[in-house]
Design a protein around this ligand. Structure first.
Ligand code: MET
Ligand SMILES: [Zn+2]
Length: 736
C-alpha cells in the first residue's frame, strides 16, 4: 500500500463547466445523438477534471466520481441490483433513472383491446428519487427485495481507473459504502450478501494495481442504532481482513461521526474522512489511523480562513493528517472566474470548486503542527419569539364571510406551463435585445391566458401562473438586497437538472414590491379570487448559498421580514389569498434528532413572522412537497397557515394516514404532476373520497401535488378538467 497523498478532494462537479453533460444527456434522450457520443462527452469532462486537479497541484485524484446520472444508481448497478423489469429496456440504466415511455399517446387511445407486445402499455415508471441527506442533490433510491441477487459488475470504476492511467494519472476510485448503500435502500439485512460483492471489488481493484479505495459512508453522521453500528463494525472488519486489497479510506461527511467514530476506528480501515466544517476535531484516539481532514467546505461558496483551517488541522491527532474538502465538491459550482459580473468585493470572498481545490493544496503545503483550534465564537441565538395572527377559528370565520368559496374549493399550486416563448423572451430581455415593456406585455398576455383557462375549467381559487419567474427562489433573490446571482454557477440537482443558487452575502431587505403588480393585474381580470404567490423564508435560504458569519436562523429571519413586507403590500393591493411556499422546510432538518426540535421551532417562527402581517380575512396558504412530510406534520400544522397544500398522490396518498389531527384547511394533492400522464376523473374522485374519510369536508381543498410549470397546456387542461369533474361528483353526492 503506497502512502496516502497529502491533499485530496472527496469528489468533483461532473455536469461540465458549461453544463456540457446536461446538453449531451438531453440530446441522447431525445434521440438526437448516440450513446457513443454521450460517452465521449463524459470522457472529455473526466479528462478535463483530472488534468485541472493535477495542474492545481492536488496529489490525490479521485475517480468514479463522474456519473451519467447518479452515484447511488451507479452503485446499484455495480452491485447488480437492477430490478428485473428494467433489464429488457433499451437502456436499463436510464430506464431506472427516468422510466420509459409507453407507446405514443395517439396510438394508446385508438387501440382497443389489442396486444402490446413486449413493453407494457404504460411504459416503466422510474425508480423513486429522493434528497441526498440534507443537500438539494437527489439520488435514485435502490430497489432491493428478497428477490435481489447481488452480483458485482465493476466495469465502471475499472474503466475510469484505466482511462485516468492512460492519461498519466493514478486515481482513487470512489464508491458508496455498503452500510450507507443498504440504509438508503432500507435493506441493511442484506449486508452479508452485499459484502461479498465489495470483497470481490476490493480484490479486482487490487489486481488492477489500485492503491486506495474511498468508500463513502455519509449515513454514519446520522443517529445510528446499536444494530446499525454493529453492521458498520461487521462490514469494515470483514473488508479489512481481506488479504490482497487496496488501502481502505472510509469517508464521512455532512456532520460529525459521533458514536460511529470509535466503531470505525476499531476496524482495520487505514483512513477515515471527517467533516471538520460541520463537526469538531475528533476526540477519539486516531493515532493509528490516517485522518482525511475535511477543512475546506464542500457545502458553501466562501473562502476558507487559512488561520482557522491550519489551527484545526494542527489539533487533529493521527498517524497522518491529509488535507481535504468536507464533502464532494459536487454541491458547489465550478469556477468563480466564470463570473465577470459579480462585484469584485464579493468575488474576493468567494470560492467555487476550482478555488477550493487551490485552498486544499495551499493548506497541505503550509504545514501544520499541534496548534489548538481557534474558538469559533458564533453568537448564541436568542429566544424565538412566536408571532401570530388571531386564532384560526376567528380567521376562518372572517375568510368564509369574505371569500364565499364553495365546498371542496379547487385550486392549483401556482405555476402554469412555462412556454418556450416565455423562456426565449426572458433570455432576450437579459441579452438586451427585447425592451422591458415588450417583455412585460408578454408576461401580461400569458397571465391573461392562464386566468381564462382556469375560468373556463371552473376552478375556484385562481393563480396568475408565475410566468415572470424563472425559478421560485432566484426570482426573489434578484429583487432583494443582500443577494447576488451568478451567470454560470450551476449545481447539479439530479440527472441533467441543475439549479443556479443565488448567493446571500449581506443583510437582506426588500427595496420595493416584487410580485404585487402581477398579482394585482391577474386579479383585475377576474371576479374570482386570485392567490398571490410567494416563496417562504426557509426555502429562499435553503436554495441559496448563505453567508456564514451569522447564525442561519438570523439570516432566515431577515428574509422573513422581507417576505412580510411583500405580504402586506399584496394585501393592500386587494389580494385576499396569499400563498407562501415552504417546499424546503424538511430539507434543512438537522440529520441528528437532537438538533431537530430547535430547528423546527425557529423555522416555524420565521414562517409565522413572514405571514403575521396579514389581516384575519386574508387567507394564508402554504405549500410543501416531499414524500416524508408526515414526519414533520406537527411543525407544518404549527406554520398556522389557513390552508396547506401538500404532495400526496405521488407517494400513494400515504400521508392521509397521518393528517387526521391536522387543525386547518388541507389539500393533499389529487394528482402527480411529475408525470405527463393525465389522471382519470375516477382516480381523482377516489383520492378525494379517501381524503374525506380522514378530514372533515369543511377543511378539504382540491389541488394537484405541486406546480404545473414542467407540464404542457394540453396535459394541464385535460388533468384539471378531470379534477373538476371528480370534485363536482363528490360535491353532488354530499349535497354540498
Ligand atoms: C417546489 S414547490 C413549487 C411551488 C410553486 N408555487 C409552483 O407552483 O411551482
Ligand atoms: Zn411543490
Amino acid at each position: 500500500m503506497s502512502p496516502f497523498p497529502k491533499s485530496t478532494v472527496l469528489g468533483y462537479p461532473r455536469i461540465g463547466p458549461r453544463r456540457e453533460l446536461k446538453r449531451a444527456l438531453e440530446s441522447y434522450w431525445d434521440g438526437r445523438s448516440t450513446r457513443a457520443e454521450l460517452d465521449q462527452v463524459g470522457a472529455e469532462i473526466r479528462e478535463r477534471t483530472w488534468r485541472g486537479l493535477a495542474e492545481l497541484g492536488l496529489e490525490g485524484l479521485p475517480s468514479n466520481t463522474f456519473s451519467l446520472y447518479d452515484q447511488v444508481l451507479d452503485t446499484a448497478v455495480l452491485l447488480g441490483a437492477v430490478p428485473a423489469r428494467y433489464r429488457e429496456a433499451d437502456d436499463p440504466y436510464f430506464a431506472m433513472a427516468r422510466g420509459t415511455a409507453g407507446p405514443v399517446t395517439a396510438q394508446r387511445s385508438s387501440v382497443s383491446g389489442g396486444t402490446w407486445g413486449a413493453k407494457p402499455p404504460e411504459g416503466l415508471a422510474p425508480l423513486r428519487m429522493t434528497k441526498w441527506f440534507d443537500t438539494n442533490y437527489h439520488y435514485i433510491v435502490p430497489e432491493i427485495g428478497p428477490e435481489t441477487v447481488f452480483k458485482l459488475d465493476a466495469g465502471k470504476p475499472l474503466a475510469e481507473v484505466r482511462e485516468a492511467r492512460a492519461l498519466g494519472f493514478e486515481t482513487r476510485p470512489v464508491v458508496v459504502g455498503p452500510v450507507t448503500f443498504l440504509l438508503l435502500a432500507g435493506a441493511l439485512d442484506r449486508l452479508d450478501d452485499v459484502l461479498g460483492c465489495y470483497e470481490e471489488l476490493l480484490s479486482t481493484l487490487a489486481a488492477e494495481g489500485v492503491e486506495w479505495l474511498q468508500l463513502d459512508e455519509p449515513a454514519l453522521v446520522g443517529d445510528r442504532t446499536p444494530d446499525e453500528l454493529d453492521a458498520v463494525a461487521t462490514a469494515y472488519e470483514r473488508l479489512g481482513a481481506l488479504g490482497a486489497r487496496p488501502g481502505l479510506f472510509v469517508a464521512s461527511y455532512f456532520g460529525e461521526l459521533g458514536e460511529s467514530l470509535p466503531v470505525l476506528a476499531g476496524t482495520p480501515v487505514e483512513a477515515i474522512g471527517v467533516d471538520l466544517v460541520r463537526g469538531g476535531v475528533p476526540g477519539a484516539d486516531l493515532s493509528g489511523k490516517i485522518v482525511v481532514a475535511g477543512v475546506v467546505s464542500g457545502r458553501d461558496v466562501w473562502r476558507t480562513s487559512p488561520e482557522r483551517a491550519l489551527a484545526t488541522l494542527g489539533a487533529v491527532r493521527a498517524a497522518q493528517v491529509v488535507v481535504s474538502t468536507s464533502c464532494s465538491l459536487l454541491h458547489v459550482p465550478y469556477d468563480v472566474g466564470a463570473e465577470p459580473d459579480l462585484e469584485p468585493s464579493l468575488k474576493a470572498r468567494l470560492a467555487f470548486a476550482e478555488q477550493k481545490v487551490a485552498e486544499v493544496v495551499a493548506l497541505a503545503r503550509a504545514g501544520f503542527h499541534g496548534a489548538s483550534p481557534v474558538d469559533p465564537s458564533v453568537a448564541l441565538p436568542g429566544p424565538v419569539v412566536a408571532e401570530g395572527r388571531s386564532p384560526y377559528a376567528v380567521r376562518a370565520a372572517a375568510q368564509a364571510e369574505h371569500l364565499r368559496l364553495p365546498a371542496l374549493p379547487i385550486t392549483t399550486i401556482g405555476s402554469f406551463p412555462q412556454t418556450g416563448e416565455l423562456r426565449a423572451a426572458r433570455a432576450a430581455l437579459a441579452a438586451g435585445t427585447l425592451p422591458e415593456s415588450d417583455y412585460e406585455r408578454q408576461v401580461e398576455a400569458e397571465i391573461e391566458r392562464v386566468i381564462r383557462v382556469q375560468e373556463r375549467l371552473g376552478l375556484d381559487v385562481l393563480v396568475h401562473g408565475e410566468p415572470e419567474r424563472n425559478d421560485m427562489v432566484q426570482y426573489f433573490a434578484e429583487h432583494l438586497d443582500g443577494f447576488a446571482v451568478t451567470q454560470n454557477g450551476w449545481v447539479q440537482s439530479y440527472g441533467s437538472r441543475c439549479t443556479r443558487p443565488p448567493i446571500l452575502h449581506g443583510d437582506v431587505s426588500r427595496p420595493a414590491p416584487i410580485t404585487v403588480r402581477w398579482a394585482a393585474y391577474a386579479q383585475s381580470l377576474t371576479g374570482k379570487p386570485v392567490k398571490g404567490m410567494l416563496t417562504g423564508p426557509v426555502t429562499i435560504v435553503a436554495w441559496s448559498f448563505v453567508r456564514d458569519d451569522l447564525p442561519l436562523r438570523d439570516v432566515v429571519f431577515q428574509v422573513a421580514d422581507a417576505v412580510r413586507d411583500e405580504v402586506r403590500d399584496l394585501e393592500a393591493a386587494g389580494v385576499s389569498i396569499i400563498q407562501v411556499d415552504e417546499p424546503a422546510l424538511r430539507e434543512l432538518l438537522p440529520l441528528r434528532r437532537g438538533a431537530q426540535a430547535d430547528y423546527l421551532e425557529w423555522a416555524v417562527a420565521a414562517y409565522r413572522r413572514a405571514t403575521s402581517g396579514a389581516g384575519d380575512r386574508t387567507q394564508i396558504h402554504t405549500h410543501l412537497c416531499y414524500s416524508d412530510a408526515d414526519q414533520i406534520l406537527a411543525a407544518i400544522d404549527g406554520l398556522d397557515a389557513d390552508v396547506t397544500t401538500i404532495e400526496s398522490a405521488r407517494s400513494g396518498a400515504r400521508i392521509l394516514g397521518a393528517v387526521g389531527a391536522f387543525g386547518r384547511g388541507l389539500g393533499p394533492g389529487v394528482y402527480d404532476i411529475h408525470s405527463p400522464r393525465v389522471p382519470g376523473a375516477d382516480e381523482v374522485e377516489d383520492l378525494l373520497r379517501r381524503t374525506l374519510g380522514v378530514l372533515p369536508v369543511e377543511r378539504v381543498w382540491v389541488n394537484p401535488d405541486c406546480g404545473l410549470k414542467t407540464r404542457t397546456y394540453e396535459q394541464v387542461e385535460a388533468s384539471l378538467a378531470n379534477v373538476v369533474t371528480a370534485t363536482r361528483r363528490v360535491r353532488e353526492s354530499l349535497g354540498a
